[in-house]
Design a protein around this ligand. Sequence first.
Ligand code: CO8
Length: 265
Amino acid sequence: MSFQYQNIKLENKQPGVWVMTIHRPEALNALNAQILNEMGDAVRQISEMSFEDARALIITGSGEKAFVAGADIKEMMDLNQDQAVQFAKRGQSVFYEMNLLKIPVIAAVNGFALGGGLELALACDFIIASENAKFGLPEVSLGLIPGFGGTVRLTRAVGIRRARELTMSGEMINATQALQMGLVNYVVPLAELLPAALQKLELILSRSPLAVAESKKSINQAFDLATEEALQNEAQIFGMLFTSSDTREGTKAFVEKRKPLFTGE
Ligand code: CO8
């Protein structure tokens, strides 16, 4: 099954596994207002699907050159102050909704991930990169700062000093450098990018979907809470799982030395 928007494709690659491809090759998949709206619709569509129908999402770019080369500079250049705030908020809210999805979301970065493109990848649960991937926040070279969450999420991803260096210099780094600083989890040849993401998902999807969703929630919430509150939150979620079938099934299957059969409930 697949859904065709104008500039993105949403395809069901394997049962429950969706691939969202940003497809605007003439502009290296740069994000304009229309793509952001389409992404928002696609994310809502996924979030409304049943547990069996949507278990994971991979985000990638069309072609071999770019994941997403940023927000659309040509569309942005004539914005006034209010329009610029609205555009930034629109991107932020779409990425935030994506971040809140209960399923694993992997960025499969297949080339340039610049500006809004890196911000999109950072809003995913983790990043797998192809060998030709390039990352950067070049906004300062345009007289801008990142506006789709980059100053927040890059800092959390690689630490404040690396984030300052990348954001203030606007320099591009390659996949090996991104791997070394912990921005990406793996680097693979381009042809193996999607297979690598699917392989990692196979493992994640063999686990309790409820526990996977709750662990993601606990990690996400920990960023916004003080340590003591985050620990309390973790304990509450841990406790809540003891009311679920997945926890009963997972622990029972271990004791009975068999594979668990999770239902996500
Ligand atoms: N926006 C619009 N068009 C773009 C973009 C972009 N971000 N990136 C590439 N394109 C277009 C080019 O204009 C070109 O189109 P045309 O053929 O019509 O001139 C086509 O894509 C191919 O690009 P190039 O010819 O430049 O390809 P190269 O291989 O020579 O270079 C690069 C590739 C290095 C990726 C180069 O295209 C580049 O530097 N692109 C811009 C990268 C950039 O600066 N990105 C950050 C944008 S700002 C941003 O993302 C802010 C996010 C927050 C927004 C908040 C808003 C308020």
